[in-house]
Design a protein around this ligand. Sequence first.
Ligand code: COA
Length: 181
Amino acid sequence: MIIEKPQAFVTPEFLIRQATQAWEIGGAASLRHRTFVTEQGIFPDHDRDAVDKVALPLVAISTMASEADEVVGTVRIHETDPNVWWGSRLAVAQGYRRVGRLGAELIRLAVGTAHARGAKLFLAYVQAQNVALFEKLHWQSLGAQDLHGHPHMKMRADLAAYPPIVDPARGWMALTRKRAA
Ligand SMILES: CC(C)(COP(=O)(O)OP(=O)(O)OC[C@H]1O[C@@H](n2cnc3c(N)ncnc32)[C@H](O)[C@@H]1OP(=O)(O)O)[C@@H](O)C(=O)NCCC(=O)NCCS
């Protein structure tokens, strides 16, 4: 008798939006800790910094019976100089990577939101292993740089590829690849 290991359930629908409620903001903080402290070891104790005081947190939320369930992706954006915006701390939970284009959808929300708020330049320090992902999404490399002892690439988004998103708190529903096909 062949007993097949059941596949883990992955919700077919995700909400992509600005985090406004306490559980969403807390879920994003916890996912960042799991990713950048526990998994990648980029920060020894915690990954919080001064940017968190001014940044807009964005999230991808899994659903259960079409209701919001758990934060499974996050990124934050902030303006450093007039019309110059940065994205940082992009993370998708391990079980949700390459299933719903969540990373790509969060980048779309991040750049589109900044675009609607007047961004003329949108930048990020991208971990070296993710440069190809950003290139596919219309980002251009500006130069390699070590950050927190890890190789990064400074990259710039092509704003023409990211239509403005005026109301990020409203967001949208994204589907898994299987469901969207
Ligand atoms: C990087 C990360 C956010 C990507 O999220 P994801 O949800 O898995 O990515 P997506 O599914 O949206 O990927 C979009 C496309 O890029 C591809 N892709 C994903 N990661 C890639 C990578 N590292 N290199 C090249 N292509 C990649 C996907 O296969 C997909 O391609 P397709 O549209 O042709 O099918 C996720 O892997 C992660 O959280 N990693 C750990 C933390 C981290 O590295 N943060 C980023 C700091 S810059």
